[in-house]
Design a protein around this ligand. Structure first.
Ligand code: BG6
Length: 475
């Protein structure tokens, strides 16, 4: 019996700020990610505690050069095509299109770059999947209006959407409004250009910024459908279920509370309203969202067509405040799970957790799901014969794909595609390292920026090619 649907979208994913580089070329303006340094101050900048202007002069900013995909995208897409990609997920660098964010007219050179990328994909029969905003925010908008703290951002974002929808209709079908929208709670500067003044009510600011993003997303969905009714627009969650530490009811309850922190965003984007538990939470925390009278209707009218997600790990919660969250994961605090192995970066590896997560999302929303990130960040070694034998990565991906199969075949989950993360090595979002590699394609560059940037096919490259060729039958 065939497990994956015939038209299942196999592919890979990248984000502009982690691969493009060329940060000042052809009229591009500076963005928040260009200002995030490598090294020990990184986390403070990411979380909005430290403003980038306060960094010392020799700070190094990995996004500015990254893997130079801006100049090498043809070579890279050719390699994706060689693996048989059906879909390629990439994001738009906002400041290539609107360098400061407030110009009236877009930068034609920026649009032309993405048009070339899209045409290149289409020439190989690869479906482009475009993330409109994968964390990028123009620095000018941070400095002048405080980025997503301000409602004015909605208009700036929609101007970007309109230009993209108009220009790429007929070529792009799948869009994602915001990457990992729940990340605003954890990495507010990286994900939304939000940092904090001393004494600021941080939690109020985060949810207000989130509200602006949710309104922007809903309006973008409506605009997309007006411009081209065949557009499919998705929301995107940094997913991974929260397990109770034990069967003690207090632990089970805490895991529900923690899951809801993330679901809240998708509840709004998929169902069209703030859930009752969310409104009660706002009340308890003293959060007062500033809303316009039309907001509730906008949210209702702008629900997404599909739900996309990243999945790297599950997490564990306890009702006992003395239990410390010591495991490191994708910035979500978690207690260590003694039943799971971890990656080189301490992320807990849990393929069955992917099936659990897919089921939870499908039960809750009953909309098509799209896994747009998943993968293993690991240290790779180029051997004397020039090869990279990344069997550990193959093992990780194989088990996760099996879990997807089970979710589709055994549970009836409607899963439309899988774009594994960092299909070509790129810089890590959390650590800024090159050493943390996810790719099927190795890029010769180290943490200090040394290397020829040469691309090398890893063992996983040949393995994934077979997976795609066999539509997931040969793992
Ligand atoms: C997701 C982000 O949170 O995780 C990506 O959408 C990121 O941008 C990915 O790269 C993996 O995280 P990291 O920190 O290993 O790069």
């Amino acid at each position: 019996m065939k497990m994956f649907p015939k038209n299942f979208l196999w592919g890979g994913a990248v984000a502009a700020n982690q691969c493009e580089g060329a940060w000042q070329e052809n009229g591009r303006g500076p963005s928040n990610l260009d200002m995030v340094p490598y090294g020990e101050r990184r986390f403070d900048v990411c979380s909005g505690k430290l403003k980038p202007e306060k960094l010392d002069e020799n700070a190094v900013f990995p996004a500015r050069i990254a893997i130079d995909y801006y100049h090498r995208y043809k070579e890279d897409i050719k390699l994706f095509a060689e693996m048989g990609f059906k879909v390629f997920r990439f994001s738009i660098s906002w400041t290539r299109i609107f360098p400061s964010g407030s110009e009236a007219e877009p930068n034609e050179a920026g649009l032309r770059f993405y048009e070339d990328v899209i045409d290149e994909c289409l020439s190989y029969g690869i479906e482009p999947l475009v993330t409109i905003c994968h964390f990028d925010v123009p620095v000018h908008l941070i400095e002048t209006i405080g980025a997503w703290k301000s409602r004015e951002m909605i208009g700036c974002y929609l101007k970007l959407c309109q230009v993209l929808f108009q220009r790429f209709k007929g070529k792009v079908k799948y869009w994602i409004t915001f990457n990992e929208i729940n990340m605003v709670l954890h990495m507010p500067y990286v994900s939304s250009g939000v940092n904090f003044e001393p004494g600021e009510n941080i939690i109020q600011t985060k949810y207000q910024a989130a509200h602006h993003e949710l309104i922007a997303s809903a309006k973008a969905v409506m605009m997309a459908h007006e411009i081209d009714p065949s557009f499919q627009v998705g929301c995107m969650l940094a997913a991974g279920n929260m397990y109770p530490y034990s069967c003690q009811p207090a632990d089970v309850w805490e895991s529900i509370v923690k899951d809801r922190e993330n679901y809240l965003f998708i509840d709004v984007q998929s169902k069209g309203y703030y859930p009752s538990y969310g409104l009660k939470m706002f009340e308890r925390m003293g959060i007062q969202l500033q809303k316009e009278p039309e907001d509730d209707q906008i949210l209702l009218d702008g629900t997404t067509d599909f739900i996309s997600l990243s999945y790297y790990n599950s997490s564990v919660a306890s009702g006992d405040p003395k239990m410390q969250a010591t495991a490191v994961g994708n910035v979500f605090p978690s207690i260590e799970n003694p039943y799971l192995e971890t990656s080189d970066w301490g992320w807990q590896i849990d393929p069955l957790g992917l099936r659990i997560t897919l089921n939870s999302l499908y039960d809750r929303y009953q909309k098509p799901l799209f896994i747009v990130e998943n993968g293993l960040g690991a240290v790779d070694q180029v051997e004397e014969d020039g090869m990279i034998y990344d069997d550990y990565r193959i093992g990780y991906l194989r088990e996760h794909i099996k879990a997807m199969k089970d979710a589709i075949e055994q549970d009836g989950v409607e899963l439309i595609g899988y774009t594994s993360w960092g299909c070509i090595d790129l810089i890590s979002a959390s650590s800024g390292e090159m050493k943390k590699r996810y790719g099927y394609i190795y890029v010769d560059k180290d943490n200090d920026g040394n290397g020829s940037l040469k691309r090398i096919r890893k063992a996983s490259f040949y393995w994934y090619k077979k997976v795609i060729e066999s539509n997931g039958e040969i793992l």
